[in-house]
Design a protein around this ligand. Structure first.
Ligand code: FES
Length: 179
């Protein structure tokens, strides 16, 4: 019996190395070390996952704080720039948010986000029929309310609040609407 035989066996079946099949002798695995590595990797995975989750939560809080802020008021157009039944496009509250200002009558101005609430295609004014048309999947919205009237959209277009002062139309806020 040599010194090697006296060592505690590290094979899963508990037998000594000389009694192991050739394939296991050629590729010995230290089960304890292997399990230790697996536990360590699993712990690392848990820590990294928790960290990613915490970062996600912080990002959501940051976004909600940012969005919770009232957007700055913005000049859109002079009322003389639009005839009754005309629309003009603008961006609000950021350059990435396309909108439409509609003049419905002498003193009725309405504005909506012009991104379709189905899959964000740009809607086009069809004011002869008092509606906004999304050509992507034939969606329609009522121009007076922004509510969907036909096609796949289920949610109304976000309404842009307006203020008219001395002949100038200003966007003051965005109203997100659930239905
Ligand atoms: S994106 Fe407007 S109807 Fe689909």
């Amino acid at each position: 019996m040599n010194g090697k035989d006296l060592q505690a066996p590290a094979f899963p079946d508990g037998r000594l190395e000389r009694d192991q099949p050739k394939w296991r002798r050629d590729f010995p695995i230290d089960v304890e070390a292997d399990e230790y590595g697996a536990r360590r990797d699993f712990t690392k995975f848990l820590v990294l996952t928790s960290l990613a989750f915490a970062c996600g939560q912080i990002w959501i809080v940051f976004l909600s704080l940012f969005r919770g802020r009232q957007p700055a008021e913005q000049r859109i157009a002079a009322i003389t720039d639009l005839e009754i039944g005309e629309a003009v496009s603008f961006h609000y509250p950021t350059d990435r948010d396309p909108c439409l200002l509609i003049r419905q009558s002498d003193d009725v101005f309405l504005a909506y986000s012009s991104q379709c609430t189905h899959l964000m295609c740009p809607v086009r004014p069809d004011l002869a029929h008092n509606r906004l048309h999304c050509p992507c999947h034939e969606g329609y919205f009522d121009a007076t309310t922004g509510q969907p009237t036909a096609g796949p959209p289920r949610r109304p277009l976000p309404r842009i609040h307006l203020r008219i002062d001395r002949g100038i139309v200003y966007a003051t806020d965005v109203e997100e609407r659930a239905s």
